[in-house]
Design a protein around this ligand. Structure first.
Ligand SMILES: Nc1ncnc2c1ncn2[C@@H]1O[C@H](COP(=O)(O)OP(=O)(O)OP(=O)(O)O)[C@@H](O)[C@H]1O
Ligand SMILES: [Mg+2]
Length: 430
C-alpha cells in the first residue's frame, strides 16, 4: 500500500478504500484542470497479476472495452493508465456502500432490508448486464460483453439509491495462475459451473451468477458453503444449488421458480439473457405490488446509513481541505515574498512585471503571514478551472492595485512626481 497522499499520474491519491483480491483501491482527486476537481477511484493492480505481456495486453483490452460501457447502472471506467511501470484503472467514485458490506451490516445490526429492495437491486444489476450483453461497439469489433465476476462486492449502491455494477471483464484478463488462491476461492462462490470448469462462456454464465445473487438476497446467507476438505471451486463445478427455504413472500413459488431457472446447471435450461430474467422479475414485482424506485431505496439507505455517510464525507472533506491548504500556504508564501519585493521596488517596470506574474498581494508590507486558508474557502488557483488567457495578467480585475497596497502607493507617488515635474516645467524650473 502506498503512503498517502501521493501522486499517481494526473491523480492525487488520498485515501485507501480497501484491497480486493486483485487490486488496491484508493480514493483520489483528478488533477484534470479542464474538467475541474473530480473524485475518482484508482484500482492499482497488484504487480504480480499483470506482469506477463499477454495478460497485460488482455487487461488493457478489457479495460478499454469496459470504458466504452456507458450506462446508468455501470460504474464508469475512465481508462487504464501506466506510471513507472505500475498499471492502474481510474473509475468514477460511487459514494455509497457495496452490496457485500450492506448485507454484512444488515446481519450485524439486525437490519431488515425488505425483499422488495433486494429484488430491485437485482433488477438494476440485470439492467447493467443486459446492456453489456447487447453492447456492440461502433466499429462492430466488440459485440456482447460478459461480466464474469457478478458478485456482491462488485455491486455498488450509491447513498441516493443508484445501483452500479463494476469490474466488467477484468477478472477474465488476469493471470489466473498468479491470482492468490483465496481470491479464486472468493470468486468461485459466484461462478457458473462452466466458468468453474474453465469452459468457453456466453452471457448465460452471468445469468447463473445473477441467480446466485438472487438466491443469497432471498435467503440472507451465502449459497455455497464448503465443508471440511471441500473447495468452493468444486462446489461451483458441481452446481448443487441448495433449496430455497420458504419465507412467506407473496407468490413465493413464482419467485422461487424464477431463481431456480436462473440457476439451471445446463445453460440452455436457463433464461437466455439477463434481459429476459429482469423482465420476469420486474413482472413479479409489479404483480405482487412490490415494485420500488431507486429513490425509495435511497430513502431506506439514508435512514439507516446516514451516520456512516456523514462520517465518511466529513473525513474526506477534512483530507481534501488539508490538500487544499498545502498548496495554498505555498502560494501565500510566494505572494508574501513578492509583496516584500514590490515594497522594495521603486520603479514602474518592476512593479508591473511582478504584478503580472502573481496575484496581488493582500497583506500590507511588514504584516505577519496570513493564516492558512479556511476549510470551506475556494480552492487555490492551481485546483480551479484555468482562466481564459484574456483574463490573466495585468488586465485581470483582481490584479488591480488595492487602496493602501504597495502597488497603489507606488502609483500615487509616481503620479505626484509627474504632477510636480509638470508644475516645475510650467514654472520653467526644469
Ligand atoms: N468505483 C468505486 N466507487 C466506490 N467504491 C468502490 C469502487 N470500486 C470499488 N470500490 C470499493 O472497493 C472495494 C474493493 O474493490 P475490489 O474490486 O478491488 O475488490 P473486491 O470487489 O472486494 O474483490 P474482487 O477482487 O473479487 O473484485 C469494493 O468492494 C468497493 O467497496
Ligand atoms: Mg471488485
Amino acid at each position: 500500500m502506498r503512503s498517502l497522499p501521493c501522486r499517481l499520474g494526473r491523480f492525487t491519491l488520498f485515501d485507501h478504500v480497501g484491497r480486493g483480491g486483485m487490486a488496491d483501491i484508493y480514493l483520489a482527486r483528478s488533477r484534470d484542470e479542464e474538467a475541474g476537481p473530480r473524485l475518482v477511484v484508482i484500482k492499482e493492480l497488484l504487480p504480480e497479476l499483470a506482469l506477463e505481456p499477454r495478460f497485460l495486453r488482455m487487461l488493457r483490452d478489457e479495460a478499454t472495452i469496459a470504458s466504452r460501457l456507458v450506462h446508468p447502472n455501470v460504474a464508469h471506467v475512465l481508462g487504464i493508465e501506466e506510471e513507472d511501470g505500475q498499471l492502474f484503472l481510474a473509475m468514477d467514485y460511487v459514494e455509497g456502500i457495496d452490496l457485500r458490506e450492506l448485507l454484512g451490516q444488515c446481519t450485524k445490526r439486525k437490519l431488515d432490508l425488505p425483499v422488495r429492495y433486494r429484488l430491485h437491486i437485482l433488477c438494476e444489476v440485470l439492467k447493467a448486464l443486459a446492456f453489456a450483453h447487447g453492447f456492440v461497439s461502433e466499429d462492430e469489433t466488440v459485440a456482447g460483453v460478459i461480466h464474469r465476476d457478478v458478485s456482491p462486492s462488485n455491486v455498488l449502491l450509491a447513498f441516493d439509491g443508484q445501483v452500479k455494477l463494476c469490474d466488467f471483464g477484468i477478472a477474465s484478463a488476469l493471470n489466473v495462475a498468479a491470482v492468490p488462491a483465496e481470491t479464486i476461492e472468493g470468486k468461485a462462490s459466484y461462478m457458473s459451473p462452466e466458468q468453474a470448469r474453465g469452459d468457453v462462456l456466453d452471457v448465460r454464465s452471468d445469468v447463473f451468477s445473477a441467480g446466485i445473487l438472487a438466491w443469497e438476497l432471498l435467503q440472507g446467507r451465502r449459497m455455497y458453503r464448503a465443508r471440511e476438505g471441500e473447495s468452493l471451486i468444486e462446489l461451483s463445478r458441481r452446481a448443487e444449488t441448495p433449496k430455497l427455504a420458504p419465507r412467506g413472500l407473496p407468490e413465493e413459488e413464482v419467485l422461487f421458480a424464477i431463481v431456480s431457472r436462473a440457476l439451471a446447471v445446463e445453460p440452455e435450461d436457463r433464461f437466455p439473457s439477463a434481459a429476459s430474467l429482469r423482465l420476469v422479475l420486474a413482472r413479479y414485482l409489479e404483480n405482487t405490488e412490490q415494485a420500488v424506485t431507486s429513490g425509495e431505496l435511497g430513502g431506506w439507505l439514508s435512514e439507516h446509513f446516514a451516520e456512516q455517510k456523514l462520517a465518511r464525507r466529513r473525513a474526506r472533506e477534512r483530507v481534501l481541505a488539508a490538500l487544499d491548504r498545502g498548496p495554498a500556504v505555498v502560494l501565500t508564501a510566494i505572494r508574501d515574498s513578492q509583496a516584500g519585493r514590490l515594497a522594495e521596488a521603486d520603479g514602474w517596470t518592476n512593479v508591473r512585471r511582478a504584478r503580472d506574474a502573481a496575484p496581488p498581494p493582500s497583506a500590507p508590507r511588514d504584516s505577519a503571514p496570513p493564516p492558512p486558508v479556511p476549510r470551506d474557502s475556494a480552492p487555490p488557483q492551481s485546483l480551479r478551472d484555468p482562466e481564459p488567457p484574456s483574463s490573466r495578467g495585468a488586465t485581470r480585475p483582481s490584479s488591480r492595485p488595492k487602496r493602501g497596497s504597495p502597488v497603489a502607493s507606488g502609483a500615487i507617488a509616481f503620479a505626484v512626481t509627474l504632477a510636480l515635474l509638470g508644475l516645475l516645467a510650467k514654472l520653467g524650473v526644469v
